[in-house]
Design a protein around this ligand. Sequence first.
Ligand code: MN
Length: 441
Amino acid sequence: MEDLGEVIHVEDSVSPVFEISAIMRSIPGEPIVFFENVEGYDSRVVGNVCATRRRLCLALKTSPERLYRDLIDAMNRPENPRIVNDGPVKEVIEEPKLSRIPVLRHFERDAGPYITSAIVSAKSPDGSVENVSVHRLLVLDDRRMTIRLVPRHLFRLWSMAKEARRDLDVAIAVGVHPAVLLAAASSPPFGVSEYGVANRLLKGGLKLIKCEKVNAYAPAESEMILEGRISHFEEAPEGPFVDITGAYDARRMQPIVEVINVMRREDYIYQALLPGGPEHMLLMGLPREAAIYDAVSKVVPEVRAVNLTMGGCGWLHAVISIRKQSDGDAKNALLAAFAAHPSLKHAIVVDEDVDVFNPSEVEWAIATRFQADEDLVVIRNVRGSTLDPSADIETGLTTKVGLDATAPLMLPKERFERANVPISDRAAKIIESIKLSLGRG
Ligand code: MN
């Protein structure tokens, strides 16, 4: 990334209390940012590591066109990683002292410093199921944190341990390969270890080590591993915390994790991940884009691209471009998309000539190819996202809207054609030099 010019180094002293998050929020183009001097700490902080599609594709050695297929393939055919006895994360093994880690305070009304880039792995009591997922962790003191457990896979493992009146052993790893982070953010069925998905994405390159004091595994190349136990009875208030929508998520009672051992690299780098930022949206949204791509591919001749847009919080709004064969295709695509990603609220289907990543082109398609009386699909009283502040507070129900912004096949094609100008080599050169001079200015 350094060689590609994707990294910025901040040498000035910065505080992990609001300053780093303020700087990360304000940097356009999302370069990777290295904070070399963090006030009061010996460790460096890095942010925006997975903040662009381009960088994620480079890390996964794939292209944007192949990314969804790779991810779906990895989820369908996970492959167990190798277990090794040693790795760089074992350079230092020490007693926990969480106050020595430069954990960021991100937003004004957040409950406190939150670890946001960690993957949490655990096994079922009988050892048959392993799960790896991303959870926010509120640091309470030198050994304790509260963990937000949404009722999904890790919650299920914790409930199993709770029934046996036992704490759940967890490995909390910070600073892992983007493939591991992306796999942990995806949702293969319960029983499939996300490590297996990551290992498949890395073509067999993932190595795990067993924790020293708990029964859980973590990547041997992590920057840092916190070994802990999620209490089966002890809870503490968690939140408010800014989630993917950029709004504050509520305060709830959540279980406490006690950290009992720390492994880390000698000069570990602490990975920051800005809540509600592009990186958060991309990591959460990409696996859903892949699911939408897969589902829509089954009902229309060809899906060109899917974008869970940044304006839609990388979660609630999808734009899907398709090559359609008959006029009902776009509406089938809408239904498939809503089924594939239950949190999806508004979806727009466009033709293959529209760039789903360009909001103006998408709006152009709505302006020129959409008629509400024919092309609008409204589905009332359906389950949506709990993160949507406008959803019904009591029931969580929302209304979903789909827009078919594809040109009708019944009408002449020329009517909807996007006008084009042929570009000669000479014109192309002049355009390039104008762009360059504008860039310098
Ligand atoms: Mn899972």
